[in-house]
Structure formats: C-alpha cells, structure tokens
Design a protein around this ligand. Structure first.
Ligand SMILES: Cc1cc2nc3c(=O)[nH]c(=O)nc-3n(C[C@H](O)[C@H](O)[C@H](O)COP(=O)(O)O)c2cc1C
Length: 183
C-alpha cells in the first residue's frame, strides 16, 4: 500500500484483537509520532504505551473516576471494560509550554498530528486502530494517574491491534463541494 492509497482509503477499526504491534513495529509507530509537524521543534507530546498490566491499570483508573464521580454502576462497568477493546493503547498527551512564537493551540494540534501519524504507521504495517477520547481526557483522576502536569492536554487514546474482521468497509469518493473553495 503506497502513501496515497493509505490516506485515501484508511478506515478506523474499533474491533481489535491480538497481536498488538511489537518490537520494530511499535518502534516505527512511535518514530512516526515523533515525526509529526512541530513548530519550533518543541516536541510538545508524550506517548504512554499501555498493554497487559498497563491496560489493567488504565481500566482501574477509568472505573475509579466513574465511581468517584458518582456516575452509577452501569457507567463504572462500561468504563472498566473500555480499555479491553484493544490489546494496546497509546495515550497521547500534549505537553503545552509557554512559547513566544508557538501558541498552545499549535502545540495541541501538533500532538494530534502525532496521533494520526501513529495510526497510519500502524495501518501501513498491517495493524488497525482508532483514535478515541471522551470526557476521560479531562478527568483529574485519569490525568493524574497518567502523570499529566497542569498544562498538559490529553489529545487522545489511540487503540491499536489487529483488525478482528479482515475487510474494513470501503470508503466512497468524498464530495468536496461544501468543503473546498479556490481563492
Ligand atoms: C480527537 C478525536 C477524538 C475522537 N474520539 C472518539 C471517541 O471517543 N469514540 C469514537 O468512537 N470515535 C472517536 N473519534 C472518531 C474515530 O477516531 C474515527 O475517526 C471515526 O470512528 C470514523 O471512522 P473513520 O476514521 O474510519 O472514518 C475521534 C476522532 C478524533 C479526531
């Protein structure tokens, strides 16, 4: 699959099973994230790779946040189970710093580009993934459990693994009419 085919046909995959990327595969994914466009070469991101016990700990964090937020047992159960939807999750945290030329929003966008780059690097190697977020990204228990500092912003949880179903739905050619103008 060449780069253009990947970009035009990529799909997110929510049903992910083992194997997760490992060894060089994972290194390529992380290196692709590090190559995200980055104004000022700040590298304003941090990647937290979770699998196995890491996913168990993440599950406990989500459950705790639901319980302490009094969200009810059904939500707590759902939160507890959510991380097990993939064998690997990479949490991407934007590490936002004060900078005279690079405002906070640019740093958050750069971290978002890192998520997309990692997802595409996973797909290019035969894996699948989905970028998820939810209210957990701003939850104090989740943030502190994942080592966030005050100005950090969790931009997403990248769920990765092997697509359970072999043929993801095909994408149709997009109608650009309302999305593009030429000046
Ligand atoms: C910042 C961000 C957060 C997202 N959060 C979620 C989420 O929490 N749950 C979800 O199902 N999809 C979420 N998505 C959308 C999926 O990643 C995916 O793009 C969507 O399911 C459409 O599938 P496609 O990528 O194959 O078009 C998010 C996307 C972005 C960019």
């Amino acid at each position: 699959m060449n780069a253009l085919e990947l970009l035009l046909n990529r799909r997110s995959v929510s049903r992910l099973v083992t194997p997760a990327p490992a060894g060089n595969e994972l290194q390529h994914i992380l290196a692709a994230g590090m190559r995200a466009p980055d104004h000022g070469a700040l590298r304003p991101w941090h990647f937290v790779v979770m699998q196995g016990e890491g996913i168990d700990k993440f599950s406990q964090l989500l459950e705790k946040s639901a319980i302490e937020g009094n969200l009810g047992s059904e939500v707590a159960e759902k939160a507890k189970n959510a991380p097990y939807r993939a064998p690997m999750i990479i949490t991407v945290i934007a590490k936002v710093v004060e900078h005279p030329k690079v405002p906070a929003w640019e740093q958050v966008v750069a971290a978002g580009c890192a998520v997309q780059a990692m997802q595409m690097a996973a797909v290019a190697q035969g894996f699948g993934g989905i970028w998820r977020s939810g209210s957990w990204t701003d939850d104090p228990i989740v943030r502190s459990g994942l080592g966030c500092e005050e100005n950090d912003k969790i931009v997403g949880f990248l769920y990765l693994g092997t697509p359970e179903l072999k043929a993801p739905t095909k994408v149709s050619t997009p109608d650009l009419t309302n999305f593009v103008s030429y000046f």
